[in-house]
Design a binder for this molecule. Structure first.
Ligand SMILES: *[C@@H]1O[C@H](CO)[C@@H](O)[C@H](O)[C@H]1NC(C)=O
Ligand SMILES: *[C@@H]1O[C@H](CO)[C@@H](O)[C@H](O)[C@H]1NC(C)=O
Ligand SMILES: *[C@@H]1O[C@H](CO)[C@@H](O)[C@H](O)[C@H]1NC(C)=O
Ligand SMILES: *[C@@H]1O[C@H](CO)[C@@H](O)[C@H](O)[C@H]1NC(C)=O
Ligand SMILES: *[C@@H]1O[C@H](CO)[C@@H](O)[C@H](O)[C@H]1NC(C)=O
Ligand SMILES: *[C@@H]1O[C@H](CO)[C@@H](O)[C@H](O)[C@H]1NC(C)=O
Length: 361
């Protein structure tokens, strides 16, 4: 039998069998192949597949033709055309076999349709240049099986009759397990090195965070200060509130969202601090990010509320808002028209799917 995740991994290896120069990038890097297959009935299957290096989408599969869409300009040139043709053929054979075997097993074990199978496989390269591989199988959104790279066995993530059956099925195919071991122990590091070499600029990309501070008043006795930070890359960031210059410690008044993806492979988050109106303190939102180096972004909350100036402030704010909206509209149109030619030559498959996966991961 050809196991699903095994094939994904061998594809991964074929993808990047290239002797490249070792790129001296610091850090831990992960290659991940994701496959989601929905079995509607014995004759109708819906599939999505993509490959990631860290959070950068390398390519995705067209669900109808099963051909590769490249999401980065540096992935395709990494291999000769003939190699890509071979890889695409491998993918097609793999997907055919995967669908056939799963359907066969499902009918035999009377698994109810529809159901969803998800496979994730890949490897991690640590700074000490040791690597570790991983493989997970999910069934209907639940962890199902995982590959234990130390024992070279499949372990149950859920203990059901079905998971035991599939485990025993995979375990009986020693050729598959041996292949996994070769891939994990020997080849993964080499492939990662090639990819890091080709994708270096993308991995080292830095986008400055854009931060704004504004207030919400859910009730008369409460003021919510919102610090919204967006457009930054890479993902790690630190956002804190300073009260009179002192960092506000975590507590019920402080609520920071998770980091969410934007469609252009930048990220956003917001930090909300609940305060009493006119409490006499000063508040500043502080942002630290790799793109800022050792500097910090400091955005103060202007807590002026003297009665006579209010209407003037509102008028000025309205003016500014109008100007800003106009400017923003102009900028958007301009940006859109600038981006259009580029978009028309690229596939729409990439960022949307990445968005989905990042959103759910
Ligand atoms: C399988 O599902 C597809 C899509 O839902 C449907 O169009 C088709 O009629 C179904 N086929 C069978 C044999 O049930
Ligand atoms: C390499 O680093 C990883 C992650 O920090 C660690 O788990 C592993 O034991 C290290 N291996 C060696 C040989 O130092
Ligand atoms: C490896 O397998 C043995 C026996 O099957 C088990 O006792 C041990 O805990 C396993 N090791 C790991 C790391 O899972
Ligand atoms: C795996 O092999 C064992 C022992 O040979 C056998 O009892 C079991 O039925 C096999 N499992 C499957 C799913 O074929
Ligand atoms: C793979 O690595 C594991 C642990 O690092 C080791 O026990 C095993 O012998 C290796 N296998 C091969 C085929 O190199
Ligand atoms: C934090 O924000 C989330 C989402 O807006 C909300 O559900 C939650 O109640 C907030 N927690 C606190 C302590 O304000």
């Amino acid at each position: 039998m050809q196991s699903p995740c095994c094939c994904l991994l061998s594809l991964l290896l074929h993808l990047f069998l290239l002797s490249g120069t070792w790129a001296n990038l610091e850090g831990t890097f992960t290659i991940r192949l994701l496959q989601t297959t929905t079995f509607q009935n014995t004759s109708f299957v819906d599939m999505e597949g993509l490959g990631l290096l860290e959070d950068i989408e390398l390519g995705s599969l067209d669900k109808h033709t099963w051909s590769i869409h490249f999401c980065q300009p540096w992935v395709h040139p990494a291999l000769p055309r003939a190699d890509w043709d071979t890889i695409e053929n491998l993918i097609k054979i793999y997907l055919q076999q995967f669908n056939h075997l799963i359907n066969e097993g499902a009918v035999q074990r009377e698994v109810p349709y529809p159901f969803v199978v998800q496979c994730t496989a890949g490897c991690v390269l640590y700074p000490n240049r040791t690597s570790q591989a991983f493989g997970y199988v999910g069934y209907n959104g639940q962890d199902f099986l995982s590959f234990d790279t130390k024992n070279i066995t499949w372990t149950l993530s859920q203990d059901t009759e079905l998971s035991r059956y599939v485990q025993s099925f995979l375990q009986n195919y020693t050729a598959f397990t041996e292949l996994l071991e070769i891939l994990f122990n020997d080849t993964c590091v080499d492939d990662m090195e090639v990819l890091l070499h080709y994708g270096r600029a993308a991995l080292e990309r830095q986008e400055l965070p854009l931060a704004t501070v504004f207030a919400r008043t859910p009730s008369l006795d409460q003021l919510l200060l919102v610090c919204h930070v967006t457009g930054f890359y890479p993902r790690p960031i630190s956002v804190a509130w300073l009260r009179d210059g002192q960092e506000v410690p975590p507590g019920p008044a402080l609520n920071t969202s998770t980091i969410l993806p934007n469609a252009d492979l930048t990220y956003q988050l917001r930090s909300v601090l609940a305060v009493a109106p006119r409490d006499g303190h000063s508040y500043v939102c502080r942002v630290r990010h790799r793109s800022l180096g050792t500097r910090s972004l400091l955005i103060p909350w202007e807590n002026r509320s003297a009665a006579p100036t209010i209407s003037i402030t509102i008028a000025v704010l309205l003016l500014v808002a109008t100007a800003f909206a106009g400017g923003f509209w102009w900028w958007k149109c301009r940006r859109f028209s600038q981006e259009t030619p580029q978009h028309s030559t690229e596939t729409p498959y990439c960022s949307q799917r990445l968005f989905l996966f990042l959103g759910s991961g």
